[in-house]
Ligand binder design. Structure first.
Ligand SMILES: [Zn+2]
Length: 154
């Protein structure tokens, strides 16, 4: 087996999945007013993202969410990086997940004009490379107020 993991942060890490996560996060913000996912597990076969929320989503809402994410993916948006000062990033973006030692120059990933988020991960260069996603399931834990969404690349 060829060792091609040098540039991959994690063995199962997947650029398509991770870029889809950016789009899913922004869609959750726009449709349901959540923040970005508080925790996530991005893997090649199946990924999950957890959002702070106050209820479960209905099957209809899940299909609307999936449809919106796929509509954005289908727009063949360029995924670009830019750099801003930490101060500017703190004013414009959610930097709660940035490590303290991320430095004074922060990398921001933009998915077209749809989503802008500081991120150190690896991404596709155009959303057309993702193809689309399918939401497999979701559930809501009313003790932790966490809504979990599981998806795969479709
Ligand atoms: Zn990213």
């Amino acid at each position: 087996m060829i060792n091609s993991t040098i540039n991959e942060p994690k063995k199962e890490y997947n650029r398509e999945m991770h870029t889809a996560e950016h789009i899913l996060n922004q869609t959750m913000i726009r449709m349901f007013g959540t923040g970005r996912s508080v925790t996530n597990h991005i893997e090649k076969k199946k990924s999950k993202c957890d959002y702070r929320f106050d209820r479960a989503l209905s099957e209809e809402e899940i299909r609307l969410l999936e449809g919106k994410v796929n509509e954005i993916i289908g727009q063949s948006l360029d995924v670009k990086e830019s750099f801003v000062s930490r101060e500017e990033a703190g004013l414009k973006y959610n930097v709660s997940k940035l490590p303290e030692d991320a430095g004074d120059v922060i990398r921001v990933i933009s998915v077209g004009n749809y989503d802008h988020c500081p991120c150190i991960g690896q991404h596709v260069s155009n959303t057309s490379e993702i193809g689309g996603i399918a939401i497999i399931s979701s559930d809501f834990n009313n003790e932790t107020n966490i809504l979990r969404i599981r998806y795969r690349i479709a």
